[in-house]
Design a protein around this ligand. Structure first.
Ligand code: NDP
Ligand code: 2IT
Length: 449
């Protein structure tokens, strides 16, 4: 662990004290504070007026009961969350996660990361995150709809296109956003399209939003590779997960000439040395909603499935973790380095443990942290808000071109900031400092809020 600046040490201690038993939140805060020593050495005024303490404290945290009925008429209770972290730059913006592991500490870490990520996009969006410990696995379509309606019945009173604008995350995709938007519209009697993003194209969604996080991470990594005079062409690439982010990462990497050798879900991973058949992955995950083990069974020779284990045991040139937090450990990083990994781009939020990041950086592996590399999803959400506000609808090409420009700018901003603060090539430091400075400047201008 990097030692914190002496002004930042008590701030971290206070975050630990008042947010006890929230290890993911501590981890996210610590990573940002580790970068800020260099900022306050140059600009001590950024530590005035408890600015950093305020940035670490969410503006508002909402926790609520979500009762719903299953298909047999049994009543279940889940817990709903929305953490409205920071609105200095715009309305709270960030996804909703449905996963049994969700708790307030996880939503807080995600909201904290989101604040800096959204700042990096250069678009006018603040940071927030929400979700529930509801487990959608094995639930019927009708159960999912009833859950989403109950969740939105409470959440709706806290939202609004100028207040707070959720989108998807783990366990929440187009289907769930549709049910939540339908319920919001019914409760408010307003067709307020800009209150949610990731909507379907039939009712106000943006082209390229579904693809945006994966495509965006691919553009970010492509920019990192270009800075060392290389590209995806001919590279072996592993992508963990097989959900929204993973699928569209694989699609863009393949279009740039990379070969996807492995992908996964929470039960195990598949290896396909001939290059993963993405149509088959889409059929299994987007249409049938089945396990990735089906891939090896349906694809046959040349591919195999490994239950459990670590996808990072597979040798690759580029690793793109796109499943969940802390899925890539120090042990995994050592294995990847041993097998010659060249670049890592985080599609997921905080997928690499602090140990893993240190091992990559010490080995000279280019490392794109999630808050920069996966910002394409939320950036395209902001483009969806723009289209909704102007009652317009852009083409796929136009939207993707904006996404590509935004991602290449984020890459260049992180690289330039790392240079400016004396750590060339350190995208973690560059992303943390560039994101922080944007939020800090706005907060200072707004007074003590
Ligand atoms: P999905 O629900 O579409 O897919 C999640 C994938 O990750 C699934 O393959 C899932 O496997 C796997 N996964 C989830 N939880 C775990 C776990 N605890 N252990 C192992 N595997 C797990 O979600 P997304 O693709 O939308 O999100 C993936 C990551 O990307 C998350 O970290 C999210 O926060 C981040 N992200 C998402 C954005 C978006 O626009 N959707 C934007 C930026 C970041 P299984 O089906 O078996 O659970
Ligand atoms: O983590 C993320 O950036 C997201 N889940 C997307 C958020 C959004 O509002 O599009």
């Amino acid at each position: 662990m990097t030692k914190l600046d002496e002004k930042l040490e008590p701030i971290m201690a206070e975050v630990f004290r008042r947010n006890a038993a929230e290890p993911e939140f501590h981890q996210a805060v610590r990573e940002v504070l580790e970068s800020l020593g260099r900022v306050i050495a140059k600009r001590p005024d950024y530590a005035d007026d408890a600015l950093i303490e305020r940035i670490c404290e969410p503006e508002r945290q909402i926790i609520f009961r979500v009762p719903w009925q299953d298909d047999k008429g049994n009543v279940h209770i889940n817990r709903g969350f929305r953490v409205q972290f920071n609105s200095a730059l715009g309305p709270y913006k960030g996804g909703i996660r449905f996963h049994p592991s969700v708790n307030v500490g996880i939503i807080k870490f995600l909201g904290f990361e989101q604040t800096f990520k959204n700042a990096l996009t250069g678009l006018p969006i603040g940071g927030g995150k929400g979700g529930s410990d509801f487990d959608p696995k094995g639930r019927s379509d009708a159960e999912i709809m009833r859950f989403c309606q109950s969740f939105m019945t409470e959440l709706s009173r806290h939202l609004g296109e100028y207040t707070d604008v959720p989108a998807g995350d783990i366990g929440v995709g187009g289907r769930e956003i549709g049910y939540m938007f339908g319920q919001y519209k019914r409760l408010t009697n307003r067709y307020e399209a800009g209150v949610l993003t990731g909507k379907g194209l039939s009712y106000g969604g943006s082209r390229a939003r579904k693809e945006a996080t994966g495509y965006g991470n691919t553009y970010f990594v492509d920019s990192m590779l270009a800075s060392r005079g290389t590209s995806f062409d001919g590279k072996r690439v592993s992508v963990s997960g097989s959900g929204n982010v993973a699928i569209y990462t694989m699609e863009k990497v393949m279009s740039l000439g990379g070969r996807i050798v492995a992908c996964s879900d929470s039960n195990g991973y598949i290896v396909d040395e001939n290059g993963v058949d993405l149509d088959l992955v889409k059929e299994i995950k987007e249409v049938r909603r089945e396990r990735i083990s089906e891939y090896a069974r349906l694809r046959g020779t040349g591919s195999h499935y490994i239950a459990g284990g670590s996808i990072w045991d597979v040798a690759c040139d580029v690793a793109m973790p796109s499943a969940t937090q802390n899925e890539l450990t120090g042990k995994d990083a050592k294995m990847l380095v041993k097998n010659g990994v060249f670049a890592v781009g985080e599609g997921a939020n905080m997928p690499s443990t602090p140990d893993a990041i240190r091992i990559f950086q010490e080995a000279g592996v280019m490392f794109g942290p999630g808050k920069a590399a996966n910002a394409g999803g939320v950036a395209t959400s902001a483009l969806e808000m723009q289209q909704n506000a102007s009652r317009d609808s852009w083409t796929f090409e136009q939207t993707e071109a904006r996404l590509e420009t935004i991602m290449r700018n984020i890459h260049d901003t992180c690289a330039a900031t790392a240079d400016e603060y004396g750590a060339p090539g350190d995208y973690v430091l560059g992303a943390n400092i560039a994101g922080f400075v944007r939020v800090a400047e706005a907060m200072r201008a707004l007074g003590v809020i």
